[in-house]
Design a protein around this ligand. Sequence first.
Ligand code: HEC
Ligand SMILES: [Cu+2]
Length: 405
Amino acid sequence: MNSGKSQSTNNMTVLWIIGAFLALIIGGVIIAQATPLLFPPQGSAESLQVDDLFKFMLAIGGAIFLLVQGAIVYSVIRFRAKPGDLSDGANIHGNATLELVWTAIPAVIVLVLTVYSYQVWVSTREIKPNEQTVYGRGARFVWSFSYDVPASSVPSDVEVDKLPPNIQDAITNDSSFPITSRELHTFVGQPIKMVLDTSDTLHAFWIPAMRMKQDLISGRTTEIRFTPIQAGEFPVVCAELCGGGHGDMRASIIVHADETEYLSWFSDQVNLVVYPPDDPVLRGEQVLASGQYPCSGCHTLTALSWAGITGPNLNGIGDRAATVRSAATGETPEEYIHRSLYHPAEYLVPGFGALMPQFQPDAGQPNFMPVDDNKAIVAYLCTQTATGESACDLSNLDAIIAAGD
Ligand code: HEC
Ligand SMILES: [Cu+2]
């Protein structure tokens, strides 16, 4: 007599469970579809794979979120104590079926995720044919990128004996030499292999639009690969707290629309290097602007759009070198700036610590800066004066360099 009624109650319960289950799945899918609207653009082939994996995890996470929150809300309403009911609830413990189910389901989910993530990881690290190697270097608090230039791409009318020694060597041996830029340039469809290193502490190279992030570790190189699929300019960010200027440690990746556009940028850069200006001031400006040295991460210099704040502001450094710094050190302005690069800790600008890297004149030493670059940088910084006239007598510089260490 009673069985008809309990049969229909059972049916209702089953319907409820199926309904709730469907609602959870639909809710999870909606969360997985809606959240990526907040993501950065999908700039690389890998970003599609990474996002698919992420959406899959979001769908599972979303369904679990709704299940847990739904159960809480349901219980708060359904099992609310009646007014005046001060009795304890039923003492429930041990339900082998339930425990099996809630262990087995997550185990399966985690296993599926492991296999799926591993596949994505392996596939995004796959070596591509015709990939281009770009070297990325992190230094407090700036990124720089260098590219190998085959000696064969140097125009034949270049005056080889005027070039820096490493380029002359490359031409003699038909090998390659590097050029450097402050932005990472590439083009749509070109697979890139980035080889990353740091000149000081830990940094992390992160291009959100490419869904790529990799730590930079002192004393070794690390690698990532990606293939841009969308032209445009996207941010490059340091994602590892590396010191006071960490928040400013940003750059851009510029993805040119095609190879022709990229090569026109590239040959402009090669020309800047293989036709160096005779004027040391211009050469100094070019060396500093190329991002070959990490100065912009620590110094402000409006003429080159540097905005670092770890070291003294270099606007007007020519005037200061000739006045207060000369008075404090007894050096001529050209000698002071020259020694600021090779012996930064010898005289510390008041209010600043010994944070500047010591640049060194010999190849193979850390922070290598050839003497020619040092001279060009000194020539340029000496012109950072109120009038724009050089504050220095550069004809002394060779004697200073010969006499000093
Ligand atoms: C990691 C941060 C850092 C980097 C990178 C760095 N500097 Fe410095 N620099 C400093 C600090 C800090 C000082 C002040 C302490 C001192 O005098 O050594 C300084 C001082 C100087 C001074 C003296 C300024 C004055 O007012 O007298 C000059 C010139 C200078 N740096 C030029 C450069 C150039 C050029 C580069 C790149 C080739 C560079 N620095 C790279 C941090 C840095
Ligand atoms: Cu950093």
